[in-house]
Design a protein around this ligand. Sequence first.
Ligand SMILES: [Zn+2]
Length: 412
Amino acid sequence: MHSFGILFLAALALATAVRLWLAWRHAAHVAAHRGSVPTAFASEIDLAQHQKAADYSVAKTRFAMVDTAVGAAIALALTFGGGLQLLHEISALWLGEGIARGLALIALLGLLLTLIDLPFDAWRTFVIEQRFGFNKTTPGLFLADAVKGLAVGALLLLPLVAMILWLIRVIGDVWWMYAWAVSVAYLLFVQFIGPTVIAPLFNKFSPMQNAEIKDRVEKLLARCGFRVKGLMVMDGSRRSAHGNAYFTGFGKSKRIVFFDTLLSQLNPAEVEAVLAHELGHFKLKHIFKRMAWTAAISFGFFWLLGYLMRHEWFYSSLGVQSPSPAMALVLFLFVIPPFTFVLQPLGAMYSRKHEFEADEYAAQNASARDLVSALIKLYRDNASTLTPDPLHSAVYDSHPPALARIARLQKA
Ligand SMILES: [Zn+2]
């Protein structure tokens, strides 16, 4: 076996073992703290609610462990097990060497992965979410979503892949720089059309009707010097009882979206505080910084792909006998994640820093007290655990633990 194959195997084994160990720790930690509500929350969250959150977290974490193990098995089956080679041979039955065959390979793989993922997704929705009372999706809507998701994914992704394969063909060694620039531009384009073209395929958006919230939000926006095209309510309750609010698009497509579920959980002052937090992300350029980081890191990835693609050992060491640019793209997708797992805690830490900053912004421009009461309601109604394992949280959590977040806001 070529040493690159061994290196990948070692990274995959290590990353998988660490993921499983962290999940196991987290489930054990949550279970160990199931017996009592942390004192800071004792007046707002009762024991039954706390225990529901613990059981929900443990169920989700156990399922994530299965997901991790299956993911590793799929990576092995597709590489060393000959899965990708087989997909290549299927696509080569109909198509000669060229861009169309590359696209067929990628489409086949996408379809296969979607089909494998479907039962897992169904279990998550109809068993776990159902058991804890969060699922609102019907099997019909679930299937319609899956079909639509696949179609939209193909429609968005295949043109970009075709463009990249074409650049590889016509430009030569520095194709990756062009491909990187095209990909970044394309991603921006997708973000621009996302709120107005893609999201309405899955949900209904209607203008905010609640006069008190509208009034508060308009005053908040004026105070923060912010202009926005639309203040929308999304019918999140069609699928799930979990609530959320987000900021989306840019330029002319910029809008604020509230889940109808969130509006039924919070009072107008709390909605305002949550929105002030989201505005903070925008005003403090968190969204822009994140995109800039993504662009910078992907520049490195494109370079690395360009380097690996030229070497026969990249294919042969991973169980593939038929090198092609499309195959290199696909292999890269499976080979990189175990190595980049070490970056996960850094990304999560960066995100938590932004969450604290956005909370501070909300405390200055709305009310810290309202944000605290909104957060407590959201933790309670979403059955989010108040007692995560600290190490698990440090590696994965994009948001700081509830206790740390609320303690800071109470000082603000
Ligand atoms: Zn946030």
